[in-house]
Design a protein around this ligand. Structure first.
Ligand SMILES: [Zn+2]
Ligand SMILES: [Zn+2]
Length: 124
């Protein structure tokens, strides 16, 4: 009974988080852009962005965040019994990299590294 209540509370919390946890590039002052997360009315920089950043364009802030995604990516992913095309060379693979943004990129063993990911992660 108590466990069920807690599970419901956790589900409600997760739904609330998904709705309010909004990542994106934002202009925090005229001509000053940061990659940020906004939650419950509070805004803060995420990834490599910090309050010390002075990006003059949204693209510069997105590049900064992209560097963070590439550097923090996990390359140990493996699907059981499923294969997808490597996003670089189209070879079939059951391996994947996952970004801190929870985006998954199927990559063959030859491209399952930062260089391979650099090719497939969206450019600002
Ligand atoms: Zn930055
Ligand atoms: Zn490949």
């Amino acid at each position: 009974m108590q466990d069920a209540t807690r599970a419901m509370e956790e589900a409600a919390q997760a739904a609330w988080w998904t709705k309010t946890d909004i990542h994106g590039v934002r202009q925090i002052a005229p001509g000053r852009w940061l990659y940020t997360c906004r939650n419950a009315g509070t805004l803060w920089p995420i990834g490599y962005c910090s309050v010390a950043c002075h990006h003059a364009t949204p693209e510069a802030a997105e590049w900064h965040y992209r560097e963070y995604l590439l550097d923090s990516a996990q390359f140990g992913g493996c699907w059981a019994g499923k294969e997808y095309r490597c996003e670089v060379c189209r070879a079939w693979t059951d391996r994947f990299a996952i970004l801190k943004s929870y985006v998954v990129h199927p990559l063959c063993p030859a491209h399952l590294n930062r260089d391979g990911l650099d090719v497939v992660v969206d450019h600002p």
